[in-house]
Ligand binder design. Structure first.
Ligand code: IMP
Ligand code: MG
Length: 206
């Protein structure tokens, strides 16, 4: 097991960063003092496997296109797709609506659109977190115009209390309260995406 030497630990602590043994004893992940773990690796893995089982059952024998909403859903899509027991193709969209702030802005910029011809196919948008619902509503509307057979949504996290758009969420991992979360793909100013767990961040203290 890795135990940081005292001088290294002191330096990291001075930088506001320290190493922590994960609750499941699986190893060490870096974290800083502004983070509080909400869902650890084990909880995420279990829920992702459950979602994948449900999706595999529902899409058996159908043409499934997983559309990962970058960048937040990158890790979730990778894990979810590996747990599926049915064939699926992968595509990616990249939209920006947040910038570096913790409050949703209203302008949605399309940075990368779907490449796949989705006519007659079953599209499943894979999102990391749905907040106001503006982004996913924008994507669903664009997708509808292209004649897909069906459009559904899976999100790992649902910040339901902040919803302003009526979004049909077909599969949800966890509901989260109105707090800012990072890790497992989700960022604050591009930081924290590679954390293996999901944590609450206090932006005022960063
Ligand atoms: P919406 O359009 O308001 O639903 O915002 C969705 C997007 O905002 C997500 O895909 C994330 O990129 C970002 N977002 C919303 N809440 C959080 C959060 O708590 N942490 C990190 N990103 C968030
Ligand atoms: Mg972001």
């Amino acid at each position: 097991m890795f135990t940081p030497s005292l001088p290294l630990f002191t330096i990291l602590t001075m930088c506001g960063i320290f190493c922590k043994e994960m609750p499941d004893g699986k190893g060490i992940a870096w974290m800083d003092e502004n983070l509080e773990i909400l869902f650890d690796e084990q909880a995420i893995e279990q829920r992702v496997a459950e979602l994948a089982a449900q999706i595999s059952h529902d899409y058996e024998g159908k043409d499934l296109v997983l559309v990962c909403i970058l960048k937040g859903a990158a890790l979730f899509t990778a894990d979810l797709s590996r747990h599926l027991t049915i064939p699926a193709t992968l595509d990616f969209v990249h939209v920006s609506s947040y910038g570096n702030a913790t409050v949703s802005s209203r302008t949605i910029i399309m940075k990368k659109d779907i490449d796949t011809d989705i006519r007659g196919k079953n599209v499943l948008f894979v999102d990391g977190i749905i907040d106001t619902g503006g982004t996913i509503t924008f994507l669903i509307e664009r997708c509808r115009e292209r004649g897909s057979a069906s459009i559904k949504v899976v999100t790992l996290l649902d910040k339901h209390s902040r919803r302003t758009a009526d979004v049909p969420i077909d599969y949800r991992g966890f509901e989260v309260p109105d707090i800012f979360v990072v890790g497992y793909g989700m960022d604050y100013g591009e930081k924290y995406r590679n954390l293996p767990y999901i944590a609450a961040l206090d932006p005022l203290s960063t």
